[in-house]
Design a protein around this ligand. Sequence first.
Ligand SMILES: Nc1nc2c(c(=O)[nH]1)N[C@H]1C(S)=C(S)[C@@H](COP(=O)(O)OP(=O)(O)OC[C@H]3O[C@@H](n4cnc5c(=O)[nH]c(N)nc54)[C@H](O)[C@@H]3O)O[C@H]1N2
Ligand SMILES: Nc1nc2c(c(=O)[nH]1)N[C@H]1C(S)=C(S)[C@@H](COP(=O)(O)OP(=O)(O)OC[C@H]3O[C@@H](n4cnc5c(=O)[nH]c(N)nc54)[C@H](O)[C@@H]3O)O[C@H]1N2
Ligand code: SF4
Ligand SMILES: [Mo]
Length: 667
Amino acid sequence: MSIGVRMSVKVVCPYCGFGCNLLVDTITKKVRPYRGEPNRGKLCPKGLFALEHVYSKDRLRYPLKREGSDFKRISWERAISEIAEKIREIIENYGPSSIAFIASSKITNEENYLLQKIARLLGTNNIDNCARLCHESSVHALKLTLGAGIQTNPYSDLEKFKALMIWGYNPAETHPVVMQYIMNAKKNGAKIIVVDVRETTTMKFGDYKVIIRPGTDITLANAIMNVIIENRWYNKDFIEKRTVGFSEIRMGVKKYTPEYAEKITGVPARLIKEIAEAFAKAGSGAILWGMGVTQQIAGVENVLALINIALLLGYFGEKGGLYPMRGQNNVQGAAYMGTLSEFLPGYVPLSDSEFRKKVAKLWGVEDLPTERGLYLTEYWDAILNGDLKVLYIVGENPAISDANVLKVRKALTKLELLVVQDIFLTRTARYAHYVLPAAAFCEKEGSYMNSERRIQWSHKACEPLGESKPDWEILTMLANALGLRGFNYKRVEEITEEYFKLFPELENRSVEELKNSEGIVIPSPRLYTDRFLTPGGRARFISVEQIMPWEEPNGEYPLILTTVRLITHYNTGEMTMRSPSLTKMIGEPFVLISREDAQEYGIKEGDYVVVETRRGNLTLKAKISNIQRGVIAIPFHFEANVLTNDALNKAGTPELKFSAARIRKVS
Ligand SMILES: Nc1nc2c(c(=O)[nH]1)N[C@H]1C(S)=C(S)[C@@H](COP(=O)(O)OP(=O)(O)OC[C@H]3O[C@@H](n4cnc5c(=O)[nH]c(N)nc54)[C@H](O)[C@@H]3O)O[C@H]1N2
Ligand SMILES: Nc1nc2c(c(=O)[nH]1)N[C@H]1C(S)=C(S)[C@@H](COP(=O)(O)OP(=O)(O)OC[C@H]3O[C@@H](n4cnc5c(=O)[nH]c(N)nc54)[C@H](O)[C@@H]3O)O[C@H]1N2
Ligand code: SF4
Ligand SMILES: [Mo]
């Protein structure tokens, strides 16, 4: 397509997993909202200013190679051939499990597909993406109970349900455009229940405002179920016909009376009874949750507890849904394409030999590696103890985004080869041996998948800057230099057609159809209308007990530190902090502190304070806010991971929402 002519091109937003479409003017580079699904004419500030970072002076324009403490420009040919040679040498000497990849939830389906194809053809499942730090707890819990680790219903269903429970999730800042669906639900009479550790922007719209002590979510969920069961408000018919394990739940929640739960959670027993009644009697309802639920040591169990509530009430199909609202614009697609170390494409387990052989055959080999790869949160120890020697990172910034980053940064210095493929010289890229410049989202084409599993085509609106190239082109060059077969792609559509072959729902669809539509939803927009995806078709209740946070506060570290997000900054800030319009809305890094704690520590609004944990310390400005006493919160964009705990839960996610901390005023 020629983009020299003035046109309005439809491009998927490079930020959050809600998946808005931007209309980009190819000449002025101004952005307007798309009027169709899913954003219906709305955009948040990040979408509106999404092209500002693309034209930042910091954009990488040429491949770079480390020379001492500096980088020097080299050619693409040399960069790719030197990287390939080193990878081959390390595999020869130490075997394929000595190399690892981090895929990106920012790149297209096609690009993620290629990256896992390269990793697996080289003989390793050490390929992972940021879902590990995000919703992997949800994936594990949903797969165990319902059979698939995905959001159950489309966004549009939200408007029909009569109650919405928004739990550990602050969409007014993190998925602002979903708020129009939530507000429509409210207009249609839905009751909005918001559960958080502080009064969030979202909570302002709540009919019930539930402030919970950090890390006590299971107790609250079990108490809600206790009330529902005691009052027989549960859906007996649904439970009998479509679930297993109810008797275990009935016993499991018996001791979680509202009065007991009040002592643990701080939520008044009266309020627990009210929200249980409001949610149960609504007749239909959805639970939406976010990082407040998953980034805990009990992440998987927290999600199981929320699923149990929905199962008790039969809130599935037309009657309700579960919405683990996905974070990054293509985190859902990255998972579907197989960039998780325990799954093949489509979340198929590595042990499924029939599917594994089907993929192998498509790639022209006998079989693929079957041993689970390392989780990306396990990479750092593996590097430090010498097991991992090569790390190839595409569009991920673990030197800021993973827990306990001082340890991550130390590990990054120990590698024999670190390659970072990004659009900027990120905090992580500064440790690299080679830095490869990728074209930005609007400079390439391809497909993305949003939280409601809608695959959307993103069109090209601008030319790549300098010598930067689309990630799929870089990965194709790399695969060929590594001597891998089956990477003769000339157009990105050839990769789309290849991944379509792995999904029964896509086998008979065409790329043209995808390009000219509002997307294709797989497996289907609304799941579980008559059966679940478990082997027997029934959902499974799994009873869970309260699990306390890993690092409880004590005399030395008396406060609880949690980490949160702000509307105009995004994750590690590499993109938004290079967007002048967004940066000027936020200003200096800060920590949120309650009025009571501020008084106790003699801290005034705007004072500089040192926040300290067992891992490190940060100096920030104090911002007095309506957070509960004993809890402080730092927006994670501001290097909060110097402080956080890297204890992992069952899904490999660190406890990013809970660290024991102390604070003092800078004298
Ligand atoms: N503007 C903006 N939007 C984003 C992002 C961004 O960085 N900036 N990132 C994207 C990504 S990757 C993701 S995953 C999503 C995340 O979206 P959210 O899940 O909404 O993000 P957070 O603000 O990290 O966490 C949500 C809430 O959890 C609460 N919380 C903390 N501890 C607890 C607890 O123990 N229990 C409960 N119940 N709540 C707790 C916090 O106070 C916070 O309000 O946002 C996406 N959208
Ligand atoms: N304390 C704390 N830590 C957290 C969280 C928290 O709530 N609290 N949240 C966690 C969560 S939910 C997540 S998802 C992670 C996110 O962690 P990351 O994924 O590391 O964060 P991002 O800043 O989104 O990094 C994306 C990178 O992709 C690059 N990029 C953008 N577009 C392209 C492209 O087209 N090609 C290439 N090659 N690169 C591109 C960007 O420049 C950026 O460097 O952070 C986690 N860390
Ligand atoms: S809500 Fe998400 S997808 Fe929509 S414009 Fe904002 S960041 Fe982009
Ligand atoms: Mo995320």
